[in-house]
Design a protein around this ligand. Structure first.
Ligand code: AMP
Length: 224
């Protein structure tokens, strides 16, 4: 790939829209890191750090972690060397406050946002995807018990890690996560549309078709 420009991308969409799955495929093709605030915070919880203790109960109920905490975690990660040529934010921002904090930081670092890819999927499909979702403990690749089975049951195709069901992928918590998305995160669609940064894709299609649409968007953003 001839990557003259930085690719500073946001993947926006409800839980289960396929942000993580698509981001991992983009990482392999464009060689920029995926930054998932959910993964960063799950790692903090598993490590038993003080930040982990603070975010645990919010995550368990499907509520958003307070902006100040998640912004601190994200900005710290963004300052790593591997983000110099670009990044994909997966699951951040989730509130207008987070989007504004990100804007400020990117302006300060002269790292303009390339674009925001919003994946649209109806709620009923999301609930089905999330209840049957299994995740790799090691690389956080995502599978579905029916539509995207691993070659060996319970084992990740990519890294042979163990697959597990996230606690917040239970039906009750999913309903709350979807409500939180509609109330607090979906206003970002308008936010980025007004800034002419928004690219919408239908996330209710085959993974390869969505990937191809996203690659077309990225290639246009990336062309001189
Ligand atoms: P995810 O892995 O993106 O589905 O995130 C799992 C959980 O982590 C969410 O339900 C929230 O509790 C928390 N979380 C992840 N990203 C954010 C964010 N940007 N702002 C607030 N909470 C977040």
């Amino acid at each position: 790939m001839s990557s003259k420009r930085n690719l500073n991308l946001i993947f926006l969409g409800p839980p289960g829209a396929g942000k993580g799955t698509q981001a991992k495929m983009i990482v392999d093709k464009y060689n920029i890191p995926q930054i998932s605030t959910g993964d960063l915070m799950r790692a903090a919880v598993s490590s038993g750090s003080s930040i982990g203790d603070k975010v645990k109960s919010f995550m368990a109920s499907g509520a958003l972690v307070p902006d100040d905490l998640v912004i601190e975690i994200l900005l710290d990660r963004l300052s790593s060397d591997d983000c110099r040529d670009g990044f994909i934010l997966d699951g951040f921002p989730r509130t207008v406050g987070q989007a504004e904090a990100l804007d400020q930081q990117l302006n300060k670092k002269q790292m303009p946002l390339s674009g925001v890819v919003a994946m649209m999927v109806p709620d009923g499909v999301l609930t089905d995807r999330l209840t049957a979702r299994r995740i790799c403990r090691q690389c956080s690749a995502s599978y579905h018990l029916e539509y995207l089975k691993p070659k060996i049951e319970g084992v990740c195709d990519r890294c042979q890690g163990e697959l597990y069901q996230r606690k917040d992928d239970s039906e009750e918590v999913i309903l709350n996560r979807l409500k939180v998305y509609h109330d607090q995160t979906s206003p970002l669609i308008d936010f980025y549309q007004k800034r002419k940064k928004l690219y919408t894709v239908d996330g209710n299609k085959k993974i390869e078709m969505i990937f191809s649409e996203i690659c077309d968007i990225i290639d246009k953003l990336n062309s001189p």
